[in-house]
Design a protein around this ligand. Structure first.
Ligand SMILES: [Zn+2]
Length: 141
């Protein structure tokens, strides 16, 4: 919304709560010290990229989803490329890529699939994963 008065000033909100939808459910997400732009005339707020990123992070935390950086780090710890992991999980490489860049949230069931793969060796083997010599070293007992 825009009013005619464009007196927009940067404002830090001590606490900002909003409802966000994910995978068919609505969550109340709260962040503190959020930097926004606010119109002094009508009170309309605009959220920049940084503010939107913080809300995305907060939504992931609220839902309990792996963060994009965690997905990437755990994949790399197993010595897998995006293509290899996508193949083992039977998902498309572009989907995995969007999860890792944060362009898309994984559904809750997909998050569970990822965690199962990362945390349960037997499940990894079930998918057909085989430890490479390099990753076998790093996961040695
Ligand atoms: Zn205004």
């Amino acid at each position: 919304m825009e009013c005619r008065n464009r007196t927009v000033v940067p404002t830090r909100l001590p606490s900002y709560a909003t409802e966000m939808e994910h995978d068919g459910r609505t969550y109340t997400v709260t962040v503190s010290d959020l930097d926004v732009s606010r119109c002094t005339s009508c009170g309309a707020m605009a959220l920049g990229d940084e503010a939107l990123d913080r809300l995305s992070d907060a939504l992931r935390q609220t839902v309990g989803l792996l963060a994009p950086s965690e997905i990437r780090a755990r994949r790399e710890a197993l010595g897998l490329t995006q293509k290899e992991l996508a193949g083992l999980l039977q998902i498309s490489e572009s989907t995995l890529c969007r999860w890792e860049t944060g362009a898309q949230y994984q559904q809750r069931c997909m998050d569970r699939l990822l965690r199962g793969f990362f945390e349960v060796p037997e499940f990894r083997q079930f998918t057909g994963w085989e430890a490479q010599p390099s990753s076998a070293l790093s996961s040695a007992k």
